[in-house]
Design a protein around this ligand. Structure first.
Ligand code: NAP
Length: 459
C-alpha cells in the first residue's frame, strides 16, 4: 500500500472541537503538503469555540480571527461536522476505527473551584457560566443572574475576571453596539449595580490581566476605576519583580493602576473597585448570598514565586452577586485518559498518554493539552507541535477499519443532523442580518433548534 498522506492514501484526521487550537492544527497539517482529510467535529452547529462563546462581545476586533479560520475551512480536504457530540452521537472508539488520528481540541469547558464554604449559595456564580450566557451559548441561555443588588464581587484578576467586570460596568448604550445576546442586554440594561469589586489574593504586580484590558476601565461611559493608593504599596520582592526588564506586563499594569489611584472622586454612577491582597474564605448568607468574608493576605517567597499567605485579619464585604473567576479546567471525555489534578488530558508534546503508556492515534491541542492559559495566538505554536507529532507518527498509525464515507453513513443511520460549514455560513448570514436590524454586528441564535430551523425550515 502507498504511504499515508499520499493521494491514493490520504491521512484522515478527526479534530474534536472547532476553536482556535483545532483550526491552527488543521492549518499546520494542510501546510505539510501531504494529502489530508480533516473532519472537524463540534457539538454545536456553530464553529469557533471560545472565539464565539468566550471572547467578550465588545472585543469585536479579536473576533476577526475567524476570517483566518474561514480560509482554513476552505482548504481542500476540510469538512465541518457540526451538531455532532463525541460521547453522545459517536464514541471515541468508533472514531479510532474511522480515522488514522483523533485530535482533541475541546478546550477547558468548566471552572476551577474556590473550595470555600458557601461557594454554591444562590447568587454565587462561575465566570464561565456568565460569559457563556452573555455570549448566547445555547447551554447557558436560560441561566438567571440577579443584578437587582448594588454590589458585585469578582474573585480573580485574570482577563476573564476583567471581561466580566467590564460587561457589568458598561452602560446599556455601550453594550448595545456589541454582539452581546439580547437576553443578556435586557438584564444588564436593568442592572442596579453601583459597585463592582475585583478581588485579587496577590498584589498589583502579580495581577494576571493585561494592560490593554485594564486600560479600558479608564474610558467607560458611566463607571470610574477606584483604587486605594495604600493597595499599591510594594514589598521588596515586588519591587524586584516590577523592575525586572522582562516584566513589561507588570510595569504597564502598574502605571495604569497608579493613574487610576490618583484620579479624583467622580460623580459617575458606577465604581469599579480594584482590591489586592484579599482572599475569600467564606461566602455567607441565610438563603442566598449576602456577602463574602475576605482574609487579608501578605506575600511570602522569593521574587516571581510569591504566594498569598493569610494574616488572620478578616473583612466582610457585603454583595448580592459574586463571580468566581479563578481559571478554567477541562472535562473528561469518555474513552480518553484524564488528569484530574490539572483538569487536562495527559500528553507529551500532544501525544496522549495513559500513565507511561502511549495511547495510539490519540492527540491533544490547546487548553485540554496545556491547561487554560494564553491568548488565541498562543495556540498556534502549540497546535503546530501536535500536528508535527502526528506527521512524525505517520508510519505507526493503523489503517482505519472503515472507509472514508462510513462515518457519515453511521451518523445518518443514527439520525444525527450533521451541519456542514456551508450550512454554518447560512446561519452566520442570518445572524448578521438579524443584528443589522438592531444596529448590532450580529444577533446570535441561542438555541440549536433555532439554528437548525434556519437550515431545515422547521421551528
Ligand atoms: P488566569 O489568567 O489564570 O487568572 C486566574 C486568576 O484567578 C488569577 O488572578 C489567580 O490568582 C486567581 N486565582 C486562582 N485561584 C484562586 C483562588 N483559590 N483564590 C483566589 N484567586 C485565585 O485565568 P482566566 O482569567 O480564566 O484566563 C484564562 C486565559 O484566557 C488567560 O491566559 C487569559 O489571558 C486568557 N484570556 C485572554 C483575554 C484577552 O486577551 N482579552 C480575555 C479572556 C481570557 P493568582 O495569580 O494568585 O494565581
Amino acid at each position: 500500500m502507498s504511504e499515508i498522506g499520499s493521494r491514493a492514501h490520504p491521512l484522515r484526521v478527526a479534530i474534536i472541537g472547532s476553536g482556535p487550537s483545532g483550526f491552527y492544527a488543521a492549518e499546520a497539517l494542510f501546510k505539510s503538503g501531504k494529502t489530508i482529510r480533516i473532519d472537524m467535529y463540534d457539538r454545536l452547529p456553530t464553529p469557533f469555540g471560545l472565539v464565539r462563546g468566550g471572547v467578550a462581545p465588545d472585543h469585536l476586533k479579536i473576533k476577526t480571527v475567524t476570517r483566518v479560520f474561514d480560509k482554513i475551512a476552505a482548504c481542500e480536504g476540510f469538512s465541518f461536522l457540526g451538531n455532532v457530540a463525541v460521547g453522545r452521537d459517536v464514541t471515541v472508539d468508533e472514531l479510532r476505527a474511522h480515522y488514522h488520528a483523533v485530535l482533541f481540541a475541546c478546550g477547558a469547558e468548566t471552572d476551577r473551584k474556590l473550595g470555600v464554604p458557601g461557594e454554591n449559595l444562590p447568587g454565587s456564580h462561575t465566570a464561565t457560566e456568565f460569559v457563556a450566557w452573555y455570549n448566547g451559548h445555547p447551554d447557558y441561555r436560560d441561566r438567571v443572574f440577579d443584578l437587582s443588588h448594588e454590589i458585585a464581587v469578582i474573585v480573580g484578576q485574570g482577563n476573564v475576571a476583567i471581561d466580566v467586570s467590564r460587561i457589568l460596568s458598561k452602560t446599556a448604550d455601550e453594550l448595545r453596539q456589541t454582539d452581546i445576546a439580547q437576553h443578556a442586554l435586557d438584564v444588564l440594561a436593568a442592572s442596579n449595580l453601583r459597585e463592582i469589586h475585583l478581588i485579587g489574593r496577590r498584589g498589583p504586580v502579580q495581577a494576571k490581566c493585561t494592560s490593554p484590558e485594564l486600560k479600558e476601565f479608564g474610558h467607560l461611559g458611566d463607571c470610574d476605576p477606584v483604587i486605594d493608593p495604600a493597595d499599591l504599596a510594594l514589598n521588596a520582592a515586588c519591587e524586584t519583580e516590577l523592575h525586572d526588564k522582562d516584566n513589561q506586563h507588570a510595569q504597564k499594569n502598574m502605571a495604569i493602576l497608579r493613574e487610576f489611584a490618583e484620579r479624583p472622586a467622580s460623580s459617575k454612577r458606577k465604581r469599579f473597585v480594584i482590591r489586592f491582597l484579599l482572599s475569600p474564605v467564606e461566602l455567607y448568607g441565610a438563603a442566598r448570598l449576602e456577602g463574602v468574608r475576605l482574609e487579608r493576605t501578605r506575600l511570602e517567597g522569593p521574587p516571581f514565586h510569591q504566594q498569598a499567605v493569610g494574616t488572620g485579619v478578616h473583612i466582610d464585604q457585603p454583595c448580592g452577586i459574586l463571580f468566581r473567576s479563578v481559571g478554567y479546567r477541562g472535562v473528561p471525555i469518555p474513552g480518553v485518559p484524564f488528569d484530574e489534578r490539572h483538569g487536562r488530558i495527559p500528553n507529551r508534546h500532544g501525544r496522549i498518554y495513559d500513565g507511561d503508556h502511549r495511547v495510539p492515534q490519540l492527540y491533544a491541542v490547546g487548553w485540554i493539552k496545556r491547561g487554560p492559559s494564553g491568548i488565541i495566538g498562543s495556540n498556534k505554536p502549540d497546535s503546530v507541535e501536535t500536528a508535527q507529532a502526528i506527521l512524525d507518527d505517520l508510519h505507526a498509525l493503523p489503517t482505519p477499519a472503515h472507509g472514508e464515507d462510513a462515518i457519515r453513513e453511521l451518523l445518518a443511520a443514527r439520525s444525527v443532523r450533521v451541519v456542514s460549514f456551508a450550512e454554518w455560513k447560512k446561519i452566520d448570514a442570518v445572524e448578521i442580518e438579524r443584528g443589522t436590524l438592531r444596529g448590532k454586528p450580529r444577533e446570535k441564535f441561542t438555541s440549536v433548534a433555532e439554528m437548525l430551523a434556519v437550515l431545515d425550515g422547521v421551528s
